[in-house]
Design a protein around this ligand. Structure first.
Ligand SMILES: Cc1cc2nc3c(=O)[nH]c(=O)nc-3n(C[C@H](O)[C@H](O)[C@H](O)COP(=O)(O)OP(=O)(O)OC[C@H]3O[C@@H](n4cnc5c(N)ncnc54)[C@H](O)[C@@H]3O)c2cc1C
Length: 277
């Protein structure tokens, strides 16, 4: 296996276009990729380390949005004051993520492109409607996160394309994040949820709930939230509306039955204002 470290995006494209005959893989923090290699996954012919692409570390703040470079570490997200104030669910997910070593090494771009149904940043990114900027050899495109992640480990990334940035619109919504794991930290989520909302008195003017590890990709509980917003559902309908959107499976961390119980319980606790009681 040959190892490369391009120092500019132009250099990256020159390199990647010259490697079309063999398998090439991209490396960011390596916290997903390296364990996969250790478990016996076949090594690529070429490994391209993105870490010297300085543009991918930029965090740009404008009045209307924040744009986060794909190589931004999970630890940087956990410490970011604007995320804490305006995108609390994402900051909380970063704070609850793994241990310090993985948080310093792992990146937001890696969490997205790895496309694990249990990725902790994903529910918040879905619920806030994140848009991804992907650049290819001759073009740049913007893709909504739910159109980018296609299934476990599957994305819409085209050959040679890289994820450069994640954009979040600053709508001043409130939000929170909940993770259920087999232990408090250093555990992959059994389920995870992000709640993003704007509430005036008892009325939701905006409500998005996204859950991870309950389907092949993160799901937004739109059947539930749309009927709460237009006041066509009652609390006794909520469990059924939630179940209509999720399709969990048994795995080594939990059974489908457990996940089907815990998601409605957490969602109802949130809607009843009792999530942390
Ligand atoms: C001990 C341990 C604990 C963990 N705990 C958690 C946890 O609590 N929550 C959680 O969600 N995850 C957890 N993970 C998984 C992992 O740390 C995260 O998914 C992390 O965000 C991956 O980022 P990375 O930069 O290390 O990705 P990498 O391993 O470098 O890459 C992952 C994939 O993304 C691709 N990729 C990366 N960046 C780009 C880019 N910019 N453009 C195109 N493709 C790209 C790579 O080619 C690869 O396919 C844990 C892992 C370990 C080993």
């Amino acid at each position: 296996m040959k190892f490369y470290q391009p120092t500019s995006i132009r250099e990256y494209f020159e390199l990647s276009s010259s490697l079309t005959d063999k398998t090439a893989m991209l490396l960011a923090g390596g916290t997903d990729l390296m364990p996969r290699f250790e478990r016996g996954e076949i090594l690529p012919d070429h490994l391209i380390d993105l870490k010297k692409l300085s543009d991918l570390y930029q965090v740009i703040v404008r009045d209307e949005f924040i744009q986060i470079g794909a190589l931004t570490s999970i630890q940087t997200l956990a410490e970011n004051q604007l995320l804490r104030n305006e995108f609390t669910a994402i900051q909380m997910a970063a704070h609850d993520f793994a241990g310090a070593q993985i948080r310093h090494r792992g990146t937001i771009g890696g969490n997205i492109v790895n496309a694990s149904p249990a990725g902790d940043l994903l529910p918040g990114l879905y619920a806030f409607g994140a848009t991804l900027t992907l650049i290819g050899q001759a073009s740049e495109r913007q893709v909504a996160i739910q159109d980018f992640i296609l299934g476990p480990g599957k994305t819409a990334l085209k050959p040679h394309e890289i994820l450069v940035a994640i954009r979040l619109d600053r709508n001043h919504f409130e939000s929170s994040f909940q993770k259920v794991g087999l232990r408090q930290s250093m555990a992959i989520s059994v389920v995870n949820l992000a709640f993003v909302y704007l509430k005036k008195g008892e009325v939701y003017q905006h409500l998005k709930i996204a859950c991870g590890a309950v389907a092949p990709t993160v799901v937004a509980l739109d059947k539930l939230t749309s009927t709460i917003m237009d006041k066509t559902s009652k609390p006794e309908d909520w469990s059924q509306l939630i179940e209509a959107d999720i399709s969990p499976i048994d795995d080594i961390r939990a059974t489908a039955r457990y996940r089907k119980l815990v998601i409605p319980n957490l969602v109802k606790a949130f809607l009843n204002g009792k999530l942390y009681e």
